[in-house]
Design a protein around this ligand. Structure first.
Ligand code: PEP
Ligand code: MN
Length: 342
C-alpha cells in the first residue's frame, strides 16, 4: 500500500500516519518528491483496509498496489533515482561505462584492463574475485587478494570498483574494497543475500535472473530497498530462451519497460547476453539507443587466454571503438558518455 500525502501535510500529521502503520506491524518508507511525499508500507497489508488511512489528516490518497514490489515502483518515487557509485552518478544524464575482465587474474591483467577502461572513458572497473561458475572445476576467482589488486588498479586510474558478492559472509570484505556490490544473475532470488545487502553501506547492482520476469526482478530489488538500502541499479544481462545462437537473449525491451514501472536506473550487459565478442559492439550501441543508463562490458587484455568468459570479452582496441560509437549515439540523445575520444 502507498499513501500519498497532502502537499501541505505537517510533520505531526505525517508522524500520525507512521504511528497507525506501525501499530499494524508495518514498516514505513518515505519518499519526498518535488510535488508531495509518499509513504510505502512494507509488510503484510492484505487484511488492512485503505480506509484505515484515507481519513487521517495529511493523507491525500491511498493506493493499493497489485504488484509484488512497492518501493521499486514509480508510484512510490515518481522521479528517477540517482545512485552514487564512488564519485560517479548512475541514473542521471551520463551514460556510465562499467568495464573490466570477467575475473581478476593477476596484477598485470587488471592493470592492463584498468588502463583500457580509463582510456576509453569508462568510469567503473569491474572484475570478479568470487566467481559463480556453472562447473565447480572452473576458475572460481582469486578471493580477497583479488580485491586488493582490483582496488589498486582502479585507484591508479581514477575508477570506481564493481565486483560480485556471492554470499552474505563476503559482504563486509567486499564492501571494504568495492564501491558497487554486484548480485549475479544466479543469485537474483537469494533472499538472505538480498536482505543482508539491504544493510550494506554500498550500492547494489542487481542482475536480472536467467529466467526472471521483470516483476520478479523488481520484487527482488524490493528486498534490498525494504531492508533499508535505497541504492539499487538494475542490470539486464539477457534471459534464457529457446534461442541458441546467442548465449542468452538480450531483452532490450526491458529497458523502457522497467523505466516505465520503476524509478531505479537500468544498465545493460551485452557481454553475458551475447556470449560472442563480435556481437557485443552492436548490442552495446542498441542498449544506449534504447535508453540504458550505462553499460557493463567484459574486456580482457588477452581474451584468448582469459580464465573465464574470454569468448565474449572485447580487447582494449575493440572496447575503445565501441565506446566511441556509443558516445555518438548517446550524444544524439543529449546524453554525455565519459571520455572525449569522438
Ligand atoms: C559476471 O558479471 O561475470 C557474471 C557472472 O554475470 P551473470 O551473473 O550475469 O552471469
Ligand atoms: Mn563473466
Amino acid at each position: 500500500m502507498l499513501i500519498v500525502l497532502d502537499h501541505q501535510a505537517s510533520e505531526d500529521e505525517i508522524d500520525g500516519v507512521f504511528a497507525v502503520a506501525r501499530a499494524h506491524g508495518l514498516e514505513v518508507h518515505r519518499s519526498d518528491g518535488t510535488e508531495h511525499s509518499i509513504l510505502g508500507l512494507v509488510g503484510d497489508c492484505h487484511s488492512l483496509s485503505p480506509q484505515r488511512f484515507a481519513g487521517l489528516p495529511g493523507v491525500r490518497e491511498v493506493l493499493r498496489l497489485s504488484t509484488p514490489y512497492r518501493l521499486a515502483c514509480r508510484a512510490f518515487h515518481p522521479e528517477p533515482s540517482l545512485v552514487a557509485v564512488g564519485d560517479v552518478t548512475v541514473g542521471g544524464p551520463e551514460v556510465v561505462l562499467i568495464a573490466g575482465p570477467c575475473a581478476v587474474e593477476s596484477e598485470e591483467q587488471i592493470e592492463a584492463a584498468a588502463t583500457a577502461v580509463a582510456a576509453a572513458g569508462g568510469r567503473i572497473l569491474r572484475g570478479g574475485v568470487f566467481k559463480p561458475r556453472t562447473s565447480p572445476h572452473e576458475f572460481r576467482g582469486l578471493g580477497e587478494p583479488g580485491l586488493r589488486m582490483l582496488r589498486g588498479a582502479a585507484d591508479r586510474h581514477g575508477l570506481a570498483v564493481c565486483t560480485e558478492v556471492l554470499g552474505v559472509e563476503q559482504i563486509a570484505a567486499v564492501s571494504a574494497y568495492a564501491d558497487l556490490l554486484q548480485v549475479g544473475a544466479r543469485n537474483m532470488q537469494n533472499f538472505p543475500l538480498l536482505d543482508a545487502l539491504g544493510h550494506a553501506s554500498r550500492p547494489v547492482l542487481l542482475k536480472r535472473g536467467l529466467s526472471a520476469t521483470i516483476a520478479e526482478w523488481l520484487a527482488a530489488a524490493d528486498y534490498v530497498l525494504a531492508a533499508g538500502n535505497p541504492h539499487v541499479i538494475l542490470c539486464e544481462r539477457g534471459i534464457r530462451t529457446f534461442e541458441t545462437a546467442t548465449r542468452n537473449t538480450l531483452d532490450l525491451s526491458a529497458v523502457p519497460v522497467v523505466k516505465g514501472l520503476s524509478h531505479l536506473p537500468v544498465v545493460v550487459d551485452p557481454s553475458h547476453a551475447a556470449g560472442h565478442r563480435k556481437l557485443v559492439p552492436s548490442l552495446a550501441r542498441a542498449a544506449v539507443a534504447v535508453g540504458a543508463d550505462g553499460l557493463l562490458v567484459e574486456i580482457h587484455p588477452d581474451p584468448d587466454h582469459a580464465l573465464s568468459d574470454g569468448p565474449q570479452s572485447l580487447t582494449a582496441e575493440e572496447f575503445a571503438a565501441t565506446a566511441n560509437r556509443c558516445r555518438m549515439i548517446a550524444a544524439a540523445l543529449g546524453r554525455p558518455l565519459g571520455g572525449c575520444h569522438v
